[in-house]
Design a protein around this ligand. Sequence first.
Ligand SMILES: Cc1ncc(COP(=O)(O)O)c(C=O)c1O
Length: 305
Amino acid sequence: MSQSFETDLIWIDGELVPWKDAKVHVMTKALHYGTGAFEGIRAYWNEPQLYIFRLTKHIQRLINSEKIYGFNSPLSLEELRSAVIETVKANSIRSDVYIRPLVITGYGPVGLDIRNLKASTIIIIVRMGRYFEKAGISVVVSSWRRLSIQSNPITAKVTGHYTNSVIAKNEALKDGYDDAILLNDRGEVCEGSGENIFMVRDGELATPPISSGTLDGITRSSIIKVARDMGFNVSERSIERSELYSAEELFFVGTAAEVTPIFEVDRRKVGGGTVGPITERMKSKFGLIVRGMDNKYIDWLEPVY
Ligand SMILES: Cc1ncc(COP(=O)(O)O)c(C=O)c1O
């Protein structure tokens, strides 16, 4: 029986393969060494149109991730963009979905040399509603630190880096929280397990800079732009852990999380412990933008049909 997130067809190296047949060999190097570049992209259905949010920016980041690690993918930005659109159309998508392009170093002998290994490109569409079901979440500052930028090029979004996110997320879940905030190796606030973070203090917004080791999130940069256009001051600056406890508002942003209010951090209420007014404004503005209901940002959307 198929599960609710499944769709019909997966794109693998130019071919549309039925979902159940989309398999790779166990000697695929990416399985052993975490050498897969990937993206997470949302598409929003607003009858009669499906809008892919910032497709080009996501594909550009994918190509940068491949380049940083030296994966040999033959596909150009335009070919990857077309492949995503082809896969969405082939699945006749008429609902909100999450698109997962994945470029993996392929079949080869045991060993770390990937220089001459061909990469495979895979595009998967999954059905996905909200990442967090609740109106606001409870988070904990993780006992695990974010990967150091001196050990890994973490501007690259590659599968191997996500063992760090998985251990932090699952520790938080086991301890009864919804997610974790990871500090960097200097002890500064960095990001969530799969989200960037924003803080409101004195009516202004702050978010850790890219140099903190946070992912250069596409939702993050979109929210910075929109907030500034709305007249807010937004600073990209180092944030101390203790500032989280006196913040007026905190929220996560990301493709999966969209704009998610944080109600509690380390069992301390954030502000009034409900959705703060600035978070609410950013959340509803973002909701309109992604469904093509705000003309100012219409260029961020890729209409499929
Ligand atoms: C570790 C991490 N930080 C932040 C984000 C948010 O980035 P984006 O808004 O580009 O999805 C993600 C999601 O991709 C992530 O995995």
